[in-house]
Design a protein around this ligand. Structure first.
Ligand SMILES: [Ca+2]
Ligand SMILES: [Ca+2]
Ligand SMILES: [Ca+2]
Length: 176
């Protein structure tokens, strides 16, 4: 009996477990794994061109056709509701951005890089719906902006429309 009691006591006297078992440290698994750098080794350094189309009163013009012409390539896009357009994943090289005026804004006001970055064409202020862009590897050449204007009321607008013969014909609109 004695021995058994002692044994029992031994068990009873064993250091009590303090509190609940310690939780193993919480490993923070928040978010997705860190993304690899945008320009991982071996990836090509792609570039992009962007800008906006707006009216001379500041209105941002939506759904305006923008064409990008480069060395043997041609892309088209349209401006969003914020007047913004962009061409992404471009190779370095020389490009020309061409705007097709929206019908309601047939008058060209300006077309130029409004944040010039030293491109030869950045000093070209000719109003011709074209903006030249020299694109380096990894460059984002932005603010290649087009500004258009409505015709004054009472004036006549002449649109040239494409037709199968390629000669086109005119459509006169008298603005009220
Ligand atoms: Ca224009
Ligand atoms: Ca530029
Ligand atoms: Ca540039």
């Amino acid at each position: 009996m004695e021995e058994e009691a002692d044994m029992d006591n031994d068990f009873v006297d064993a250091p009590p477990l303090s509190g609940s078992p310690t939780k193993s440290p919480t490993v923070a698994v928040t978010g997705s794994p860190t993304k690899a750098p945008a320009l991982a080794p071996g990836a090509s350094m792609t570039s992009m061109i962007s800008g906006v189309v707006k009216a001379d009163d500041g209105t941002l013009l939506e759904d305006v056709l923008i064409t990008l012409m480069g060395d043997g390539v041609e892309y088209t896009t349209r401006t969003g509701s914020d007047g913004y357009y962009e061409f992404t994943e471009l190779a370095a090289g020389e490009y020309t951005v061409v705007e097709t005026n929206p019908l309601e804004y047939p008058e060209n006001v300006s077309n130029r890089d409004e944040s010039p970055d030293g491109d030869v064409a950045d000093s070209d202020t000719a109003v011709n719906n074209k903006i030249g862009v020299t694109l380096n590897a990894g460059e984002h050449d932005e603010n290649n902006n087009f500004v258009d204007s409505k015709l004054a009321p009472g004036s006549i607008s002449l649109h040239s429309l494409p037709c199968d013969g390629g000669e086109g014909y005119g459509l006169l609109t008298l603005l009220e």
